[in-house]
Design a protein around this ligand. Sequence first.
Ligand code: NAD
Ligand code: USQ
Length: 397
Amino acid sequence: MKKIIILGGDGFCGWPTALHLSAQGHKVLIVDNLSRRNIDNELEVNSLTPIQPMGTRLKVWEAVSGNKIGFYNFDVSKNYHRLLTLIKEFQPDAMIHFAEQRAAPYSMKSSWHKRYTVDNNLNATNNILAAIVESGLDVHIVHLGTMGVYGYGTAGMKIPEGYLKVKVDTDDGQTLEQEILYPANPGSIYHMTKTQDQLMFAYYNKNDQVRITDLHQGIVWGTQTKETRQDERLINRFDYDGDYGTVLNRFLMQAAVNYPLTVHGTGGQTRAFIHIQDTVRCIEIALNNPPAKGERVKIYNQMTETHRVRDLAKLVAKLTHAKIDFIPNPRNEADENELYVANDRFLGHGLKPLTLEDTLLEEVLEVSKRYVDRCDLSKIPCVSYWNTERKNSQKTS
Ligand code: NAD
Ligand code: USQ
């Protein structure tokens, strides 16, 4: 049994992770400032699924499982001393860090949203690291990073797990081999914060020997896990709007409400994917295999398959007879890219990936159909543009 603090445990990945680890017998405590729910208020949209307030979620979980999960509502990026006190009192073995603003389109909406995303994400990460050092405790941090730190090109090779082997010609004519962090190539302000998180991890690891696992996760799809299925009041959130909805879940819910699938540009973008059930399994594996004291930051590519956006649209259209709409891309990103990713570390630890071939696409469709009345069609289009040129091209198209 481990004592685990889950920062951002009310969110899409954090809630099912909290339930999964609690079900495994770990002592779990959630910290969340409910900023994601407040962003729903700002954007005037709701999760497609009727997520319950935290108090109800925790009561139902205790009734269903017999396990208690603790909850503290504060801002990790601002309330440093609250965080430090909690770490000293609870003495966690591990902290899982989901507490960041995670939507690329939201981070690009305006200068306010850029500044909020940078302030929130970088200060949250730095506060967690500084508090662990100040506490004097040996806490393993597991952070949810993104595949987007690498950009989505491959330079003719598989994207390795975090580190790139390089050969350097030295001044005295020798060739030196070393491993460096894979060059950062973020595509949005949000993704940029994740590339900066990596540097903070490398620094605190070098200077203070903080034990850190950074999970470079692909796009998460699906909504339910084994634990969230146990009672409707435990249901996970389902984002479908133009800012927070991610591509595959959006296509499936769009098909369910008869809205033409919104493919950006040619749909030639290739991205990495993972089902939410595998997300929670991967986090469990990472927790069970912490780096040793003094070991460098352990980086895993947390993804199970890659797909091109237009192929996903075709697959969903075949399944549902939905129409496909190719719309001007609001994002400044490559129209077409190949993507090859190494994910041997999780496979080596025994992960048996769920894939699109499993019946889980139908489950997302069913969930979408069940809550179709909660969908506000006006919130589906993405109205966040990466730059003025993209905004203007939308108007003239
Ligand atoms: P989410 O927005 O649903 O959850 C994040 C949670 O953190 C929210 O409940 C929010 O209220 C909380 N939070 C944010 N800032 C906070 C702060 N300063 N103090 C306290 N709580 C705070 O996002 P998610 O989809 O669950 O993503 C979790 C993490 O996983 C993110 O860091 C994201 O970058 C990463 N990730 C997500 C995906 C995906 O497809 N959803 C893919 C790859 C990586
Ligand atoms: N896209 C469409 N139509 C849509 C929505 C998206 O064609 O209706 C396209 C986008 O232009 C992009 C791709 O689909 O090319 C992926 O977009 P997305 O919104 O599904 O994913 P992204 O913005 O990359 O962000 C999500 C999560 C983020 C995480 C990231 C992992 O929100 O937290 O870090 O996936 S990754 O993409 O691997 O970097």
